[in-house]
Design a protein around this ligand. Sequence first.
Ligand code: GTP
Ligand code: MG
Length: 336
Amino acid sequence: RNNRRVLEYHSDIERLNAPFLAIYESLIPTEEEKAKQKRLLTSLEKLVNKEWPSARLFLYGSCANSFGVSNSDIDVCLEIEDSDISKSEILLKLADMLHSDNLQNVQALTRARVPIVKLMDPDTGISCDICINNVLAVVNTKLLRDYAQIDARLRQLAFIVKHWAKKRRVNETYQGTLSSYAYVLMCIHFLQTRKPAILPCLQVEMHATYTVTVDDIECAYFDRVEDLRDFGSRNIESIAQLVWAFFDYWAYRHDYANAVISVRTGSIISKRAKDWTRRIGNDRHLICIEDPFEVSHDLGRVVDKHSIKTLREEFERAAHIMQFDPDPCVKLFEPY
Ligand code: GTP
Ligand code: MG
């Protein structure tokens, strides 16, 4: 590119900052909504404690990791001592109690990969999923929330990417596209690898200030993120530039054949090093996103040979819009 093109590109892209920030702001849940969620959690905990006095409820997922947009469902984890009673029995008992307490649409899904009880609170209209002893999810929720506190651009980028993914229907794991959790990891990794970096790598590159062991997995990382507030300040890229570069990366630069993105190491690692080069069972490894704690877990495992095509076409569409469309903030989010 000659200098003139670069200049035009910059002035052009910068004009998108205000509209992207406006979209981000419009998606942030209100304090009132957060308070409603807390009240529901407290009343659910009271109910649970009637049967299990020492059990506790934790919020996890997007209502606790700071990547939740307004009107999201809430994800709750019931922490309960291992007793003689099985998870399914606990869920069925719980469903009974919730039903008697006048909660609506109560449903126990005991055979799901992560067994849950679903419910809707008629007072607040909030829908909620309750799982049992899913401590890893609580810990990865904290990791995401801690990353979000380091640089405001992470939350902005992730909101825009999640909003795009929902509108374009590529945020549906049962259809072979990616979870919200996977998209947030993609955003974190992307900001870790900007030059200069916008986010640090809190796991292998820094000493641990927080350590828990969950199901034999040691989860350890530097969590004093208030000390890292200036980390990204040497990089002055704007949100519009980052959205452009994010889609450009996933459309044209990511090495789908060989690369695994890893937030744990803050770098790309090879499929070969992880032995993710061939299909094993249902894991095809067509787009590889390493879970930061369950390192044998590829969050791209849900993607199959059809949905990889859909996903890559959507990345290309988004990159193309960011590059050439006169009004990207509208076109990008047009419903599929
Ligand atoms: P939205 O509900 O779409 O706003 O986002 P979310 O972050 O709540 O995503 P979702 O409801 O799909 O998942 C809830 C949480 O479960 C995530 O934030 C993670 O903490 C956890 N989670 C989801 N999928 C996985 C997975 O494949 N592996 C692990 N370890 N945790 C997961
Ligand atoms: Mg959720």
